[in-house]
Design a protein around this ligand. Structure first.
Ligand code: G
Ligand code: G
Ligand code: MN
Ligand code: NA
Length: 254
């Protein structure tokens, strides 16, 4: 049986799970929200890493249905966290280009907000650079219509791809996530720290908030804070956790 065939039944069999990884405000040290990351535990088999099954889900189009489940689950869990006593908590969901191209994304997102009762400003969508180079499918319009409804957008893995900050300014995107490779490289040479500095400076000049990924040490967190990075994400605080473990880690409801 192929992975694609197994993926097809995974939602019905409740084999997917959503993990949360905290995003930390580098000024206050407080948790601002979480990125939701999909995990697959096939019945009777080993867990399959997202790097392996997401490309299959994308090429078969199944990412539309799987992604809908992710968006709904993220909204429900975020609403639950609000009700547990953290009403400012925001959740971020990764969205594939396929979901914009043939996913009826606007309807799915608004429906998930409605069903969960989550206010739109607490849902953030993480996009990748290549999506912004797409000419068809009115990507710009889809983003701006959802932004007008109160959702926020961030650009994931920034620096890894080809987009430039000039192109970025045409889109309703509020946040830049510096790819973790730049954060790791910061400790190799002085020049690479200059690269992070340059991204921060240019991002700020466009009015963007900056998130650094791959923060693994206190030293990295301190340096990034000094460079003007707003938020951090990484193993220094926590790896992605099952939502109940995350709630415990974050001290939500206590
Ligand atoms: O969680 P992490 O290690 O292993 O994620 C690996 C990759 O899978 C990352 O690029 C991440 O953005 C992607 N990913 C994780 N969850 C989702 C999801 O729900 N939807 C999409 N499209 N990508 C995801
Ligand atoms: O592509 P995206 O940024 O959505 O995916 C985030 C990926 O990075 C996930 O696979 C997540 O598990 C991983 N990740 C999160 N924090 C760290 C970290 O501090 N170090 C490393 N090496 N990977 C991380
Ligand atoms: Mn991401
Ligand atoms: Na990333």
């Amino acid at each position: 049986v192929t992975m694609a065939a197994n993926l097809k039944t995974a939602i019905d069999r409740h084999e997917f799970s959503l993990y949360f990884q905290p995003k930390i405000d580098l000024d206050t040290g407080k948790i601002k929200g979480a990125e939701a990351l999909l995990r697959w535990f096939p019945e009777g088999g080993d867990p399959v890493p997202p790097d392996q099954f997401i490309p299959v889900a994308e090429s078969t189009g199944m990412i539309v249905e799987i992604g809908e489940w992710v968006i709904r689950e993220a909204c429900l869990q975020c609403k639950r966290i609000h009700e547990l006593g953290s009403p400012d908590f925001a959740v971020a969901v990764n969205i594939s280009a396929v979901q914009f191209k043939r996913g009826n994304l606007e309807h799915i997102v608004l429906d998930a907000l409605y069903v969960s009762g989550l206010e739109s400003k607490y849902l953030e969508l993480e996009l990748t650079e290549s999506l912004l180079l797409e000419d068809e499918y009115d990507i710009k319009g889809q983003i701006s219509r959802l932004a007008a409804k109160g959702l926020t957008f961030s650009l994931d893995d920034f620096g890894k791809g080809y987009s430039n900050l000039g192109n970025l300014s045409k889109f309703d995107i509020a946040t830049l996530k510096i790819d973790q490779s730049f954060v790791f490289a910061m400790f190799d040479t002085t020049q690479d720290s200059a690269l992070v500095e340059a991204i921060v400076r240019m991002g700020k000049s466009l009015g963007l908030k900056i998130v650094a990924e791959g923060v693994e040490t206190q030293r990295a967190a301190n340096i990034l804070g000094l460079l003007g990075v707003d938020f951090g994400q990484g193993y220094y605080w926590s790896k992605p956790l099952p939502v109940d473990d995350f709630i415990c880690y974050a001290g939500i409801g206590k």
